[in-house]
Design a binder for this molecule. Structure first.
Ligand SMILES: *Cc1c(COP(=O)(O)O)cnc(C)c1O
Length: 233
């Protein structure tokens, strides 16, 4: 078995244990393998080990990889999720090549994605990224501005608003990890009380996936625990 297949198995065990602890079914949590900085070979390794959804942060790198993977495994059903910062002049390939975009934080981006989603594809799945750390430098919509953004994005025709995404400050203390995820969960619950039918909470990474699952994550975005440490060029 490849190293990646081994690591995928270890992540799977962690997810299963966290689901059992939280009394949630395993199927309630989707594992998104975050392949940024790793090549198409790593994705193919994971794909051959049964992993089918992948998250990418950098558009050009992702587009190259999507093409290589499609050429190498033309029959495979691969789901691509964009989880990086979005530049407003680069939304067209996002709308055409991805199944999900997790990092929408402005109406203008959502409008462009909706306009540019090709008509032959189903509506683009979108999460709104929320900033619960409250720092001006961080990405994500402020909780106070979330209801208005959700209202506007939900009205766009070629987008399906699925839920919320967050990247809390890195924290080693599990109770602090949980407290941050609980804030995201509370915003999610409030929107659903307001009449939305959101089903997705994208939260939890290699260092905090168990805490995220305990607080209701439905997608965990796992990179280094599957592919190893990243080195940036
Ligand atoms: C890189 C990245 C991840 C994966 O992080 P790991 O700590 O390697 O699991 C998850 N989400 C986002 C938004 C990322 O940029």
């Amino acid at each position: 078995m490849s190293t990646i297949a081994h690591k995928l198995q270890a992540v799977e065990s962690t997810i299963q244990a966290a689901c059992a602890d939280a009394k949630r079914p395993r199927e309630a949590v989707q594992l998104l393998a975050v392949s940024k900085t790793f090549g198409a070979d790593a994705v193919l390794d994971a794909l051959d080990a049964g992993q089918s959804s992948f998250g990418e942060n950098y558009l050009q790198e992702a587009l190259d990889k999507i093409a290589l993977v499609a050429a190498a495994r033309p029959q495979a059903r691969v789901e691509w999720h964009f989880i990086g910062p979005i530049q407003s002049n680069k939304t067209r390939p996002l709308a055409a090549q991805f199944d999900w975009v997790h990092t929408v934080e402005r109406l203008k981006i959502a409008q462009r994605l909706s306009e540019q989603r090709p008509p032959e594809l189903p509506p683009l799945n979108v999460c709104l990224q929320v900033n619960i750390s409250g720092e001006a430098s961080k990405s994500g919509v402020a909780p106070a501005d979330l209801p208005e953004l959700a209202r506007q994005v939900a009205a766009l025709p070629r987008i399906k608003l699925r839920g919320l995404m967050a990247i809390p400050e890195p924290e080693t203390d599990v109770s602090k990890q949980r407290a941050a995820f609980a804030q995201v969960r509370a915003l999610f619950d409030q929107l659903n009380q307001d009449g939305y039918q959101l089903d997705t909470l994208s939260m939890g990474m290699s260092g905090d996936m168990a805490a995220a699952i305990a607080e209701g994550a439905t997608i965990v975005r796992i990179g280094s625990a599957i592919f190893g440490e990243r080195t940036y060029a």
